[in-house]
Design a protein around this ligand. Structure first.
Ligand code: ZN
Length: 166
């Protein structure tokens, strides 16, 4: 994704109160983020329990992003779960339920959207890891590109649901 500065990020949130945006702390190592290797930006707030944030490119050529405040659900998935976004079959990390208030009127009425995603938002790393060779002639690079494209579509799809509903 294209790099963003703090102003862009704070301005991107569609489902946050003014106080939530003010209270937000940027991810650790923010100045050194490798944006080219990120399909979306996701991080947990180091000061507020169960609070996390996403900044998701919508896929438009102008580089528009949608910021979403998340809350981690109290309930953990029953078994080791697969992330709905990167769909990594090796289950390399914890995956948890997050919920987001819908944007606008729907959110004010208490409407939320849930998703099951890597607890520390490792999806971009996961889709770039080399897959085991499936068969002779398996195109590893093409498979990786496809995984990256799928992740981007899923992230943008979640942002669209927060914004406009399903
Ligand atoms: Zn994931």
């Amino acid at each position: 994704m294209l790099s963003l500065d703090e102003t862009n990020i704070r301005a991107s949130f569609v489902n946050a109160s003014r106080k939530e945006v003010t209270d937000l702390s940027l991810p650790d190592g923010f100045p050194d983020l490798d944006w080219e290797r990120l399909d979306y930006l996701g991080w947990r707030d180091r000061r507020i329990a169960r609070r996390a944030y996403l900044v998701i490119p919508t896929g438009e050529p102008d580089g528009a992003v949608v910021g979403v405040v998340l809350r981690q659900a109290e309930a953990a998935p029953r078994s080791r779960a697969q992330c709905l976004w990167c769909q990594d079959v090796r289950l390399p990390n914890d995956v948890v339920f997050y919920s987001a208030k819908r944007a606008g009127e729907a959110g004010r009425k208490g409407d939320t959207v849930g998703t099951l995603v890597c607890a520390e938002f490792q999806c971009s790393d996961n889709v770039r890891k080399a897959l085991p060779m499936a068969y002779l002639g398996f195109d590893v690079d093409a498979a990786r590109e496809e995984r990256i494209a799928t992740l981007r579509t899923r992230a943008a799809g979640f942002a669209a649901v927060v914004l406009h509903g399903s």
